[in-house]
Design a protein around this ligand. Structure first.
Ligand code: SF4
Length: 331
């Protein structure tokens, strides 16, 4: 290791997946001072990156970026993938934000665990060029796992990184990464798929509905989309109904008393139902009737339901309805 190398500092995107772990370790092995950065939103948490950091000892910076992310997500220049995942623009944004930290904190370059040709849309050479250019840090991004099948970067030319000790992995096979993991003694790592809700069909349908509805929303709404039954009524109003006790707890945790009302039955255990605070009285009553229906109160039987809001609660009497009659409203 040269003295010059000892002072080289790199900051890399880390999802906590195997590729990002390996990219960090490959650089660390060269004597480069490596730090990871992970961005958090309601769509993807930082837990796996935290685990990877604990396991490898590579320090991790976590930044919450929901507001900035939503600006991109509502209109990504390259569009979406199969669902609501704007992978190219997501990567570009992450490199842009990581690049700002690079400058502020005096790192020399950026890196990631991207592998050329691994994902048809987001990790081919053309997409990687797009991401780098759009990030505003063209020339400052190293992909240690695929570097030797990609054009030489200025970091390699200038000798900050030893190109010979970088890898030439490409394509969709994971064999080389798995062999490398074994060589580094890494036995636990998350599977490559999963972890981002924007690639999940159900979540994407609900998110598209939320965006399409045109009503203001907050970060808590993005969490609410993750659990329960979601109904968009013909009136355009929304009703969320817990399916399990876990869902009920989730709805209670993420409801916003200033924007939502919670409904449950007075006399018996029931799903927790959420409607907007400005819902019409008909929608509040329908929410309560569906609450009774899902609680298996016989159709037509009248029950008392409690409607709770920020300013207090009231009791209403409603007749139970058959949830099957509203199946088409389920998102
Ligand atoms: S899968 Fe999700 S987190 Fe990963 S690049 Fe695509 S949109 Fe971003």
């Amino acid at each position: 290791m040269t003295d010059k190398k000892k002072n080289v500092r790199a900051i890399g995107l880390c999802s906590g997946g195997l590729d990002s772990i390996l990219a960090g370790l490959v650089l660390k092995e060269q004597g480069i001072d490596v730090t990871w950065i992970c961005f958090e939103t309601p769509f993807f948490p930082a837990d796996k990156a935290r685990k990877a950091s604990e396991m490898t000892g590579i320090p991790l910076i976590v930044r919450e970026i929901t507001d900035t992310y939503l600006e991109m997500l509502t209109d990504p220049p390259c569009g979406y993938g199969k669902h609501m995942n704007p992978c190219r623009d997501c990567h570009a944004l992450m490199f842009r934000l990581a690049g700002q930290v690079m400058i502020e904190e005096g790192f020399h370059f950026l890196f990631s665990g991207e592998v050329a040709g691994q994902r048809p849309l987001s990790q081919n050479k053309q997409a990687m060029r797009y991401v780098e250019k759009r990030s505003g840090f063209d020339g400052k991004v190293l992909r240690p796992l695929s570097a030797r099948v990609l054009p030489e970067t200025e970091m390699e030319t200038e000798g900050l990184v030893d190109r010979e000790r970088l890898l030439a992995i490409q394509g969709r096979s994971r064999k080389e990464q798995m062999a490398l993991a074994e060589a580094y003694g890494i036995t636990e790592y998350p599977s490559p798929a999963g972890g981002c809700l924007l690639t999940d069909q159900k979540y994407s349908d609900r998110l598209r509905d939320l965006f399409g509805n045109g009503k203001a929303y907050a970060s808590s709404d993005l969490h609410l989309l993750k659990q329960g039954r979601h109904l968009r009524l013909a009136t355009g109003e929304k009703v969320i109904i817990g399916r399990t006790q876990g869902d009920n707890r989730w709805i209670i945790k993420y409801h916003d008393p200033a924007r939502h009302l919670l409904i449950d039955l007075k006399a018996k255990g029931s799903p927790t139902v959420l409607v907007d605070v400005d819902a019409t009285e008909e929608t509040v009553q329908l929410g309560a009737s569906l609450c009774a229906g899902y609680a298996k109160v016989p159709v037509g039987e009248v029950v008392e339901a409690v409607v709770k809001g920020e300013t207090g609660q009231r009791v209403i009497a409603v007749a139970s309805v058959d949830p099957a009659a509203y199946r088409e409203c389920i998102i």
